[in-house]
Design a protein around this ligand. Structure first.
Ligand code: ZN
Ligand code: ZN
Length: 175
């Protein structure tokens, strides 16, 4: 594994860079966690994405903190040091069977009370469409839009987390 100055390793799912000294996720299954070749994931969602192919019977995402630049340099320089650090392990997600493949694509683990709610102001949206084109808007349009908003928010959360923030900002949204 080569040493890269500006980040630690890329996420094994989405290839986004995982920085030094930040939270990342590792699979609890030993075949997924070789010292240098093991998978590392930037989010629990990215960890979930390897499940359908991996066919684990029982797996969890383990929250860890990536090494500092100095630790990683040392690790690559002298072989037998263990990967990552020794902070206590926390199992954040458990799943008995890799069912995520058959799950509807709109849903992710960590469901919320808003998963099936309408997130747009329907009357205002209808007014906009009416004034713009004098068209009507059917009710299922707001359901689909709400799904889009949830997905955009999920992605924005991933970006804010990768950036070490707990507030999602305008710049976290990308179409
Ligand atoms: Zn990722
Ligand atoms: Zn795994």
């Amino acid at each position: 594994m080569e040493f890269i100055q500006d980040h630690w390793r890329p996420c094994s799912s989405c290839k986004k860079p995982i920085g030094y000294r930040i939270k990342f996720y590792e699979c609890s299954v030993s075949t997924c966690t070789g010292k240098r070749t093991g998978y590392v994931f930037c989010t629990v969602h990215c960890w979930e994405r390897h499940l359908p192919g991996a066919r684990h019977r029982d797996a969890a995402a383990i929250e860890k903190t990536s090494p500092s630049l100095e630790q990683w340099k040392a690790e690559l320089a002298n072989d037998p040091l263990p990967a990552a650090n020794k902070e206590p392990q926390r199992r954040v997600v458990t799943t008995s069977t890799p069912q995520s493949a058959s799950r509807p694509p709109m849903q992710r683990a960590g469901s919320t009370s808003m998963d099936n709610e309408i997130l747009v102001v329907v009357s205002k949206m209808k007014t906009y469409v009416k004034e713009k084109a004098d068209y009507n808007t059917s009710n299922d349009a707001s359901e689909v839009l709400s799904h889009f908003i949830r997905r955009l928010c999920d992605d924005a959360i991933d970006r804010a987390r990768a950036d070490g923030r707990k507030t999602i900002m305008g710049k976290d949204f990308k179409l």
